[in-house]
Design a binder for this molecule. Sequence first.
Ligand SMILES: [Zn+2]
Length: 403
Amino acid sequence: MLERFLRYVRVDTQSRRDATGSPSTPGQLDLGRLLVDELAAIGVSGAGLDEHGYVTALLLADTPEPPTIGLIAHLDTSPDAPGAGVAPLVHRAYGGGVIELPAGGTRLDPASIPELAAKVGHDIVTSSGDTLLGADDKVGVAAIMTAVAHLVAHPELPRPQLAIAFTPDEEIGAGADLLDLAAFGASCAYTVDGSELGELQDETFSALEAIVRIKGVDVHPGFATGKLVSALRLAARVVAALPVDRAPETTAGREGFIHPIAMSGTPAAAEIRLILRDFDDSRLDEHRALLERTAHEIVDAEPRAALEIEVREQYRNMRTHLAAAPGVVEAAAEAIRAEGIEPVRTPIRGGTDGSRLSARGLPTPNLFTGGHEYHSVREWASLQDMAAAAATLVRLAGVWAAR
Ligand SMILES: [Zn+2]
């Protein structure tokens, strides 16, 4: 599994926002081709990569009319930190201290990362400090590949029919859009895209993206007295006026937030990009109303400025869809327990491909991977927990074969 993982993270598969077409970047196709070749080498027939960057494969069962269960991980890595030139490091038998990485002055301090403090004795995989590791979600890819290889090598182990999908562009919210569910053929699926050992997640945020566009009046600064209206200053005031107690850094658990993620501008025109998140749809609407009210109060006070707010839906909480198919989550809990791990049921403060897939009619909860500190240069994973994720998938095959 480690060999697979280290091979996958070296392929730059960072996705890109505002790209047209799928996948958003060609590196995802490179990893897709590599996986198709590896699936063929393992002995899984009919693995393919489509023109949108989706890798799919089917591992057949030997029983007559088995259910088909989907296993899904995403190929791309986050656009929020450098993703090219990943040079992974393996820190064997972690002793419990600070891990100093060679590049970028990056340190992993167990005092501020309690999950790391609990991994004494584990083999810890990191980047070299100036890039992502890519554990999100290449641990998921490696876990599925390892589980499939194990099942092929052990035909005596029970399994249902397993439909495999590796999807592009999850990090830009497009990962599940073009997966052909009829061809995929699964009655339910699992994304392997979580974090801490034992996590089993059947709830995600509901998510909106907002783009606030402000137009000002630009004049040469030497002749600007009484004339110039700076869109950039107005945008900065809108960001500053958003409540600090409704931010990702000041909320936890089931609380939602309004999070500015990018701002650009000139005196003539400025743009703020924000993400709005909540588990509850009516509270999500309140966040949206608060943003709109705040922007209007500030920009409308200057009649020469113009304001436009575009809001677009990204994904919805998967809870209601999964509640209608309780056996799907129960089977995962049973598999995790069979591996000797206590399931940890936490809501995801984010989304997965499963949010979109569940809404499209394929119930898809999320399973742990053993990776942590996602979307940052401090990203790390425990090899022992990664192996437990792969083993849990083999157990899950057994649970479904027995139903
Ligand atoms: Zn992910």
